[in-house]
Design a protein around this ligand. Sequence first.
Ligand code: FDP
Length: 415
Amino acid sequence: MQLQKTLLALCLHASVALQARGGTRGANALQAATLEPPTRASPTAPVFDQVCKETGITLSRFMIETAIANPELSELESIFSSIETATKTISNLVRRSSLTGLTGYLDDGNINIQGEEQKKLDVITNDVLKNALRFTGRMGVLASEEEDVPVEVEDESAARYQKEVLVEQTSGKYVAVFDPLDGSSNVDAGIPTGTIFGIFEDNNAECEVVEGSDVSDECLKATLQAGRNLVASGYVLYSSATHLFMTLGAGTYGFTYDEHIGEFVLSHPDVKIPARGKIYSTNEANRWEWDQPLQDYVTAIQKGEGESQTKYSARYIGSMVGDVHRTLLYGGIFGYAADTKNKAGKLRLLYEAAPMAFLVEQAGGIATTGRDRIMDIEPSNVHQRVPCILGSADDVNELKSYYAKTDKSADIYQG
Ligand code: FDP
């Protein structure tokens, strides 16, 4: 009894302390976070009036409170629980890969449709995430970077059997899109990698899977949605710590994996990207093949001749989750632009650019092709690529002003 009283006192004390340093800003901060006009009403924020010092606010508690405040979102609780389990497993697999023989490429040299050789970890992490999601019973459709199943693309007959939509027939009302191990070309060198995910509502009642037959057009329609329809998105970064950053459309929240209690704990409430940074992050080896406005912008910030009159530094990991994570926390601009060799850039719209755009916008940033908002692009192909430039609002707007001075017809990307 005495012990219970002491624990309760500790928890109540911790609650006050967290609020006093502004750690959990609660409903108002959550609701004020949306910059772009939302396509659906923002969820009501979870409120944490008591926080236990010993555990903090776990992701499970965050989702339980979210479901209490928004009963229509209650199914997301089990989806996040499955993402949590899968990404803890992936974090462990990545950390131990040099000891367990999981480095390198598949022995049979599997090449995916985009001409990339698949790593052992690409395949295993895909299975982990796919299985975790499919058994929630909440999923109608899953689309992953790593799946080899027919998908319909624009150029009908020849390109029909490309790859990578896995359709599960369940009663679920959600569609998940994901890249299980983004940046995996780096993984054997101990460089940060990550999982990116997005959740849409399955708004197509006609999507029905017939075993042994192709993916139906209705199921593809359920998958091919613009980013503005996302209900949730996030990433998990596997680095010096494992971080899970997510949004449900009312602010961006960051959790850090606490290995001592085996839980993701809220560490970055209501993340706000600085309005301007002084870091640019891009693969500059492509510079001579970029659009002229982008070349001119980068030259200006390198010389300290941009709007802020500050000389910028370059930081590029070459692993999107790590580069976006740093940009969210420190500010600045990250991008993979179109170049004359890759006319739509490299990043995939559905499971890389759009989920990251949602998260960045919810933190007060911007994500663009240079001209158009990433969230408004309607995908026509599951594996469609898109130029993606995102980050601090002032930095991205400055870049956009260079494009605005020129005619779109001169752009490499004509999407
Ligand atoms: P990776 O090929 O290692 O999976 O989209 C994949 C990605 O990594 C991103 O994570 C990263 O931002 C980009 O490619 C890096 O491409 P470059 O090597 O061409 O810079």
